[in-house]
Ligand binder design. Structure first.
Ligand code: ATP
Length: 264
């Protein structure tokens, strides 16, 4: 049974997810995690919910979060690096989720920069990182993740979504998946924390990038353009070659990237 006891007994990480706060229902795991971080929760505390009534994505978008079938969690970090480094943890988590999916059910998950994990070109995971900083110091960072594990039916507005079970045709344990994601995150986050950049993991991230070397549309609020997606650089920016040969360095912020003919 997915829940606190099973998660605690299976979690064999060093620090990420060693302390688990489990809820049958929450508005949003990120909001709960921010409250707990303000109230002294330690680094590595994991907030997990069976369902969210107000799950959120970037830019105020919503995350479909029904009960009994998927994974919704938020990891609390209390880092000592500067606030401008924090957005990179989204990419660290995307890599951890892709690896965790492969390790759990053998599906070759790919990454749609910066924060989506896709299987067979369809979105199975979204990630929302939020930070609280003051006087140039990070108070806390929360990384919220939703993974579609067993969901079978998707509302029409998320036609690009998929779930792990639908894609691999067999049951996938939510507990094993969450443990595998935490183990991968811990490994990659250590190298990020040491280097304060993505230099050690960018090769792996780029090898999983779904739009690499393909034409993409960059949906920048300042103006949409097309180009060929390269990989990320060590700060996590996506390098896109414009038609005139110049290279645009895209900072995640509010930018989305799409394939020319659809979601990827
Ligand atoms: P995009 O995926 O459009 O590039 P984004 O990466 O900023 O945008 P997120 O913040 O990751 O998007 O997630 C919000 C979007 O994901 C929603 O607008 C909706 O289209 C889609 N979505 C919502 N719930 C789910 C879900 N359970 N599975 C897959 N996709 C979802």
């Amino acid at each position: 049974m997915f829940g606190k006891n099973e998660l605690e007994s299976c979690m064999d990480t060093e620090w990420a997810g060693r302390c688990i706060h489990y809820f049958e229902e929450l508005g949003s795991t990120n909001i709960q995690a921010k409250l707990e971080a303000e109230n002294g929760a330690a680094e590595g505390t994991l907030v997990v919910a069976d369902m969210q009534t107000a799950g959120r994505g970037r830019s105020g978008r919503s995350w479909n979060s029904p009960a009994g079938t998927n994974v919704y969690f938020t990891l609390i970090l209390k880092p000592s690096y500067a606030p401008d480094k924090a957005s990179m943890v989204t990419l660290v988590m995307a890599l951890a989720v892709a690896e965790g999916i492969y390790g759990t059910c053998g599906l070759e998950a790919e990454i749609k920069w910066p924060n989506d994990v896709v299987v067979n070109g369809r979105k199975v995971c979204g990630i929302l990182t939020e930070m609280s900083a003051e006087h140039g110091t990070v108070r806390h960072v929360v990384i919220g993740v939703g993974v579609n594990v067993g969901l079978q039916e998707f509302p029409p507005e998320i036609a690009s979504a998929a779930s792990l079970q639908a894609e691999c045709g067999r049951e996938v344990s939510r507990t094993v998946l969450l443990v595998n994601i935490m183990k991968s995150f811990e490994k990659y986050y250590e190298s990020f924390r040491r280097n304060k950049n993505l230099s050690d993991i960018m090769g792996k991230y780029n090898s999983l990038l779904v739009n690499r070397n393909r034409e993409v549309r960059v949906l920048d609020p300042k103006g949409e353009f097309r180009g060929i997606a390269g990989g990320i650089d060590e700060s996590g920016q996506l390098l896109v070659e414009r038609e005139d040969g110049s290279i645009a360095e895209i900072y995640a912020g509010e930018v989305s990237v799409r394939g020319i003919y659809g979601y990827v």
